[in-house]
Design a protein. Structure first.
Length: 172
């Protein structure tokens, strides 16, 4: 009998580190023998260092987005987000996973690709032992209220503010 109580975890805020923290948690869970899935709602056009590392560890990551919404047709981005949401529903309900990271799902709401109701509805289908991790800025208040653990990353200083481009191994 599995007596684990699944947690709802939110990493939000304007600071760097939301996805990094969620992926660190995924690695910890994998190391503890949990089955882990990472679904990325916005990312999808670039192969990053963390994906290479997660692959090497045997952690499944699915990039379901089309990149930032400033590039491309918003309707295509919306369709990709809906497909990612359908995937999340199926995987949450499947019983195959102990922890699922829904990376940048909060951005999908912020950019009007999904609604807050779409993502909070995921909580109603979640088996009680499954951990869900939601990342991205501007987490909807309903999600924050329902969560067991909320961490807000606060931007204090970032190299981009001084014109320093994203660095391999740090931002990607």
């Amino acid at each position: 009998m599995d007596d684990r109580r699944g947690l709802i975890i939110v990493h939000t805020g304007d600071g760097k580190g939301k996805t990094t923290a969620a992926l660190g948690l995924a690695i910890r869970a994998h190391g503890a023998g949990l089955n882990v899935l990472v679904l990325q709602f916005i990312k999808g056009l670039r192969r990053s260092g963390e994906l290479n590392a997660l692959d090497a560890l045997g952690i499944e990551v699915r990039q379901l987005g089309l990149g930032f919404t400033s590039a491309g047709d918003i309707n295509e981005h919306r369709a990709a987000a809906r497909l990612a949401l359908d995937t999340a529903r199926a995987e949450i309900s499947s019983g195959a996973w102990d922890l699922i990271v829904l990376d940048e799902i909060n951005y999908a709401v912020k950019f009007n690709l999904l609604t807050a109701a779409d993502i909070t509805a995921l909580l109603t289908i979640r088996p009680p032992q499954v951990h869900l991790v939601f990342t991205g800025r501007d987490a909807p208040p309903q999600l924050i209220d329902a969560a067991d653990l909320v961490t807000e990353m606060k931007l204090v200083k970032h190299p981009f503010q001084r014109g320093i481009e994203a660095q391999a191994g740090i931002e990607f």
